[in-house]
Design a protein around this ligand. Structure first.
Ligand SMILES: NC(=O)c1ccc[n+]([C@@H]2O[C@H](COP(=O)([O-])OP(=O)(O)OC[C@H]3O[C@@H](n4cnc5c(N)ncnc54)[C@H](OP(=O)(O)O)[C@@H]3O)[C@@H](O)[C@H]2O)c1
Length: 265
């Protein structure tokens, strides 16, 4: 059985990544640290944060408390982002130093542009900064977030390094199929954020499948996002949810069932 929590997928830069991770938006203070260390203790290896979640320090504490006991640094995959104010060549260098300081890490596994600028030149200059931090070794893999084909095309035309990941909103009933297809044609993996619709997953098709498989609607949704070859990063501050969200490898959806959920969009 594939261990979806260990690094087993290969990105276009040959970096290995798990097929399911843990999101941390809105987890604050001790809750963020405790949830992250609980998640790592229970097998999660991919942890996603961002400067604008205001929790990198606490996420870092959660990581530090798990290191050595529940996981080795090289088994973890930590992603963070660069915000709008730092979207320049120098801004990226500064942002990485600040994130490393808050997380108390020597390197970041994945750095993402959090959201594209409307100005392609800003995206391109920022990407040059990403390529520089990649070269420096402070970041192991670089990617983007919330880019559609429109912003991605000019970036690719000017990039030396192709982004490895595009982190976009993706859940049952909420998929930008054009962006997904465009990314896949460039060997860019989709990381699915808000895969549980921020807790508002309420749909009859999903509920029926959950009853049929003896699973929760959340597990059906996460299984589906994995079956679409994307990497979901559900967030939870609830220990029971953190554990059950990872238990999605002991069943699989049929092609028809995958299609039925696709038809919701
Ligand atoms: N790049 C971007 O622009 C961007 C934007 C948004 C999010 N993200 C990333 O994606 C991550 C996930 O997205 P998200 O935080 O927006 O929302 P989400 O993961 O879709 O949903 C989180 C909500 O679902 C609930 N939940 C989780 N597991 C559950 C379960 N098994 N049963 C019932 N309820 C459950 C959580 O409540 P409990 O705490 O009670 O479990 C929470 O309210 C974020 O944390 C962040 O890392 C990135």
């Amino acid at each position: 059985m594939v261990n979806n929590l260990a690094k087993h997928l290969s990105l276009n830069d040959n970096t290995m990544i798990p097929s399911l991770g843990f999101g941390t938006a809105e987890l604050k203070g001790g809750k963020a640290a405790d949830s992250v260390s609980f998640a790592i203790k229970h097998g999660y290896r991919l942890i996603d944060t961002s400067p604008n979640y205001g929790n990198e320090e606490e996420v870092g504490k959660g990581i530090q408390s798990a290191l050595g006991n529940d996981a080795a640094r090289e088994d973890l995959f930590i992603s963070t982002k660069v915000e709008e104010d730092d979207m320049s060549f120098e801004g990226v260098q500064k942002s990485v130093e600040e994130s490393l300081g808050r997380l108390k890490l020597d390197y970041i596994d994945l750095l993402l542009i959090h959201s594209p600028s409307d100005n392609d030149e800003v995206n391109i200059e920022t990407w040059k900064g990403f390529e520089a931090v990649l070269k420096s070794g402070k970041v192991k893999s670089i990617g983007i977030s919330n880019f559609t084909r429109k912003e991605l095309k000019p970036l690719l035309d000017n990039a030396t390094v192709t982004p490895s990941i595009n982190q976009v909103e993706l859940a049952p009933g909420n998929v930008d199929w054009d962006t997904k297809e465009f990314c896949e044609s460039h060997d860019i993996v989709i990381m699915s954020y808000s895969p549980l619709k921020k807790g508002q997953l309420d749909n009859e098709t999903i509920k029926k499948l959950a009853d049929q498989y003896g699973k929760s609607p959340q597990q059906i949704a996460l299984r589906w996002t994995v079956d679409l070859n994307t990497i979901p990063i559900p967030r939870s501050g609830n220990e029971e949810h953190i554990q059950s969200n990872a238990e999605i490898v002991d069943f699989s959806l049929t092609e028809n069932e995958v299609q039925a959920i696709k038809d919701l969009t």
